[in-house]
Design a protein around this ligand. Structure first.
Ligand code: NAD
Length: 385
């Protein structure tokens, strides 16, 4: 019997993405999977049940999809009680931020595969890189969200009614999302500046036609795997203070800074917000339950400060562009499953670099070293034969 891949409507409130889209179903069938789609699973991302059925999926109820699936494809982490032992959950599970949830999966015998553990710099992993595909969507949408709240044009406009000077946009954090935001804001005609703690970002920002902001108070802060390292409290305070002067001169500030497995660093303080001009807009892509890059931002909320600055808590941007985000994500998941499947069976070879990066729990144990390191020894279930 072929392995069954289940697709459900994402349980998290406000999440419009779906993990599998109709266009990848032929590839999943080629890989030997039967796909069960819960009715309405793709509706919020504008993928109709009919399109799944036409592409070869079997439409089932949500409980059936959950009960029958050998592999469950999700975007966000499901609750432990939604899945059952001997099931493999594939998604963006954030194991380093939620190690206890991973231990609970292991204890329940649930194998987990998390796309955020992928070794992203490996060329053969690029088709599976969901962090990149979702960050691209988010960076693009961040600019559009900013323009919705900004009450001026972005480009230089010379009209019979007079001249409108271009808006000045500052992007803090120039990784995948930040670079996409810079490119998008440039295409809309703004004057754009970018900043990052990784020195490698400078050339990338400049190659997009934006200026790179250099701080004198903070040195380079590259970490492992191409990521930034966390700043010390002293470095962070110096960075916040120096950035405040730049922030005050800009009309739109988009923040994207992340450090793997950490709360998003705060880059914009309340004092920096208070120094901005009325009508300015900040979009905080880091805004989540774990905090954000901007003092006072709240996930999913738009706030106006006493000095007329709009702060948008926008940690959910991929969900706001759910069709594009889901299509890209489904291709990433399909590529990863293609890597893990051989002759229609899941093959977990922890000596393989990609597999070792993404498999978090396996046969009752937390096998992902970085996740296991965050758990007390007592919480680590032992591997089952
Ligand atoms: P990320 O989401 O982890 O962080 C976003 C950005 O915030 C990063 O550029 C980071 O340097 C920056 N940042 C963190 N703390 C900061 C602070 N205190 N102040 C200012 N900026 C701060 O990063 P990402 O977008 O996932 O990219 C991480 C790295 O991975 C980059 O080097 C990127 O080029 C690389 N990458 C490589 C590939 C590939 O080789 N195929 C694919 C994707 C990403």
């Amino acid at each position: 019997m072929p392995l069954r891949l289940g697709v459900i409507k994402e349980p998290a409130e406000g999440e419009r993405r779906v993990a599998i889209t109709p266009d990848v179903l032929p590839r999943l069938a080629d890989a030997g999977l039967e796909v069960l789609v819960a009715t309405g699973a793709g509706a919020e991302a504008r993928f109709a049940d009919d399109d799944y059925a036409k592409a070869g999926a079997r439409l089932v109820s949500e409980p059936e999809a959950l009960a029958e699936a050998d592999i469950l494809a999700v975007v966000g982490r499901p609750a432990a009680e939604e899945v059952h032992g001997r099931q493999t959950v594939v998604g963006l599970l954030q194991p380093l931020l939620h190690p206890e949830a991973m231990a609970a999966f292991a204890a329940g015998g649930v194998d987990t595969v998390s796309l955020d553990g992928l070794p992203r710099t490996l060329p053969r992993a690029q088709a599976m890189d969901a962090l990149t595909s979702q960050a691209n969507v988010a960076g693009y949408k961040a600019v559009l969200v900013a323009t919705e709240h900004f009450r001026r044009y972005l480009p230089l406009l010379i009209t019979a009614a007079g001249t409108s000077k271009p808006a000045e946009v500052l992007v803090l954090g120039a990784g995948v999302a930040g670079l996409q935001a810079i490119g998008t804001a440039r295409r809309l005609g703004a004057v754009v500046r970018g900043y990052d703690v990784r020195p490698a970002a400078k050339g990338e920002v400049q190659s997009l036609g934006a200026q790179f902001v250099e701080l004198t108070a903070v040195g380079p802060a590259s970490g492992e795997g191409g990521y930034a390292r966390a700043l010390t409290p002293e470095e962070q305070a110096a960075q916040q203070e120096e950035l405040a002067g730049h922030i005050a001169r800009h009309d739109i500030v988009i923040t994207t800074a992340q450090v793997p497995g950490r709360r998003p660093p705060q880059l914009v303080t309340a004092a920096a917000v208070a120094a901005m001009r009325p009508g300015s807009v900040i979009v905080d892509m880091g805004a989540s339950d774990l905090g954000g890059n901007v003092a006072g931002s709240r996930p999913g909320q738009v706030m106006e400060t006493a000095n007329g600055v709009t702060i948008v808590g926008a940690g959910d941007l991929p969900s706001r562009l759910a069709t594009s985000a889901s299509a890209a994500y489904a291709r990433n998941v399909t590529a990863l499953l293609g890597h893990l499947l051989a002759d229609g069976r899941l093959v977990v070879d922890l000596d393989d670099e990609i597999t070792a990066g993404v498999v978090i729990t396996y046969r009752g144990a937390v096998v992902h070293p970085a996740t296991a390191a965050l758990l007390p020894a007592a919480a680590l279930p032992k591997e089952q034969p």
